[in-house]
Write a protein that binds this ligand. Structure first.
Ligand code: GDP
Ligand code: MG
Length: 163
């Protein structure tokens, strides 16, 4: 079986954009009924010849924001539990928010290895915010732009020893 990578992080940091970039066309929608299962997408990804299964935790769009943290947490925990590696995405333009810190706390107690990824770091503007992630205590953050396809080689280098 392929190793599994889960993309986690608060809404709007670019998880689905990264997922789409990594899977290309081999996308499997697990279930499109309303509810928990619709919240995740799985696909097969290939990165410089390295193949893995990838999980996008997603689908908070239509939900009541009041209930979001609880559902996010459940979904994140379930995905991370079955993953060999978690990619923890944050928005490098905004730096680490309190919700990022909360997710970081769950990830530190989980046994799954984590790669911290500062997304939206295209050009120069986003780079400084990536350094903010050192305070999560989850290792060296990787800077990428999922939308522009930048930093993907650095992501590969961080992922390779963990898969
Ligand atoms: P998700 O909620 O974490 O799945 O985030 P999405 O993938 O839906 O992206 C949220 C927004 O961020 C969308 O408007 C994307 O176009 C934008 N976005 C994603 N990746 C990047 C990036 O690398 N740079 C910039 N500037 N915007 C991005
Ligand atoms: Mg999404």
């Amino acid at each position: 079986p392929l190793p599994t990578v889960a993309i986690v992080g608060r809404p709007n940091v670019g998880k689905s954009t990264l997922f789409n970039r990594l899977v290309g066309k081999k996308l499997a929608l697990v279930d499109d009924r309303p509810g928990v299962t619709r919240d995740r997408r799985e696909g097969e990804a290939e990165l410089f010849g390295l193949e893995f299964r990838i999980i996008d935790t997603a689908g908070y769009e239509d939900e009541d924001p009041q209930t979001l943290p609880g559902r996010m947490r459940k979904q994140t925990e379930a995905a991370v539990r079955e993953a060999d590696v978690a990619l923890f995405l944050f928005d490098s333009r905004e730096g680490i928010t309190s919700l990022d810190e909360e997710i970081g706390r769950w990830l530190r107690v989980s046994k799954t290895p984590v790669v911290v990824v500062g997304n939206k770091a295209e050009a120069r503007s986003g780079q400084a915010g990536v350094l903010d992630a050192y305070r999560l205590g989850l290792g060296d953050p990787v800077a990428i732009s999922a939308e522009h396809g930048e930093g993907i080689a650095g992501l590969f280098e961080a992922l390779l020893p963990l898969l």
